[in-house]
Design a protein around this ligand. Structure first.
Ligand code: FAD
Ligand code: FES
Length: 295
């Protein structure tokens, strides 16, 4: 049975009850339509009675897809493109779970925008010894089949107030959902300032530096702030911790909507900092890249 986070977040362990009722805790957080069909998260399921179960059906929670391309964005980040399965309706910034032929399941945030991009696009960090990222780097290629589950998550652009200032902050491949959200907000005519902060350990980690600079020169109200923890770096790149620099640059964050993505420790730290700087809790949206747990 594929699984990843084992804590009810990624939904890679989705199963469906053919007979019997799954406990409410195992159905928490899944879509109403799937819940009504008896779908549940097996990592949260302690059955309270007999339960006859099956794997998700293609076209319901799980879709067959094919890789259309893989390219390096930097030494350690790949762009993966998949054919978008029919019926896979998503918003830029949500996440999907990829399941390969060896039943390895991992979640990735969608960087593409359905109205702008034909394929599903992901930005994936190569993790040493990584079951999924290693497989993608060394074995997968255009034409390889896999399954995609989802989409899930609430980290996407849905502003009623088009003038609201937006803060998008992420480290590493935490940029993937932010890139999608920024392009989606611009496409939908957002007029308030959009500040995207991307942090990396060193300069090569700023893997979309040029495309983001180009976006900033195209749109006056889109501001790209690049930051590395360790120099040397080009003049326009700040050297130092992202959280301190972000607050120094923007000052108060009252009235902002914040999207925070990437490593769980970064997301947790920033949630506290943006709240203390004035962002209300309902205006904070996060995509925390929880690592997989061993079965
Ligand atoms: C909602 C969600 C969205 C996500 N979106 C993205 C995304 O857009 N892009 C992306 O690159 N990842 C994303 N992730 C993380 C992704 O799901 C995997 O955890 C990651 O790709 C590692 O998987 P793997 O199979 O390659 O490595 P694994 O086989 O899971 O791990 C191999 C070893 O590396 C360790 N490890 C795992 N991750 C890291 C890390 N980041 N740094 C150092 N050591 C590590 C593990 O503990 C293990 O010892 C997301 C996770 C979640 C839950
Ligand atoms: S939700 Fe069950 S493994 Fe992630």
């Amino acid at each position: 049975m594929p699984s990843s986070c084992r804590s009810g977040v990624c939904q890679s362990c989705l199963m469906r009850a053919r007979e019997g009722t799954p406990p409410a805790a195992a159905q928490s957080g899944i879509k109403d339509t799937l819940r009504a069909q008896g779908y549940f998260l097996s990592c949260r399921c302690v059955p309270e009675g007999d339960l006859s179960v099956a794997l998700p059906e293609d076209g319901a929670g799980r879709f067959a897809s094919t890789i259309t391309g893989i390219r390096q964005l930097s030494d350690t980040v790949m762009e993966l493109r998949l054919a978008r399965p029919e019926g896979f309706e998503y918003r830029a910034g949500q996440f999907a779970t990829l399941i390969n032929g060896q039943e390895v399941a991992r979640s990735y945030s969608v960087a593409s925008v359905p109205e702008l991009d034909a394929d599903l696009e992901f930005q994936i960090a190569l993790v040493p010894g990584g079951a999924m990222s290693g497989w993608l780097a060394n074995e997968a290629a255009a034409g390889t089949a896999l399954h995609v589950q989802g989409p899930n998550g609430h980290c996407f652009y849905a502003c009623a107030d088009r003038e609201q200032p937006l803060l998008l902050a992420g480290t590493g491949t935490g940029l993937a959902p932010l890139y999608g959200i920024a392009r989606d907000a611009l496409r939908q005519g957002h007029t308030g300032p959009i500040h995207l902060f991307h942090g990396a350990l060193r300069e090569p980690g700023l893997y979309l530096h040029e495309p983001l600079r180009a976006l900033a020169s195209e749109w006056e109200h889109f501001h790209y702030h690049a930051c590395v923890l360790n120099g040397p770096a080009a003049d326009e790149v700040h050297v130092g911790p992202l959280d301190a620099w972000l607050l120094e640059t923007l000052g108060t964050l009252k009235g902002f909507r914040a999207y925070l993505c990437g490593a769980p420790e970064f997301v947790k730290l920033m949630q506290r900092k943006v709240f203390l700087a004035g962002v209300s809790l309902q205006e904070v949206f996060v995509d925390s890249f929880l690592p997989a747990k061993a079965p």
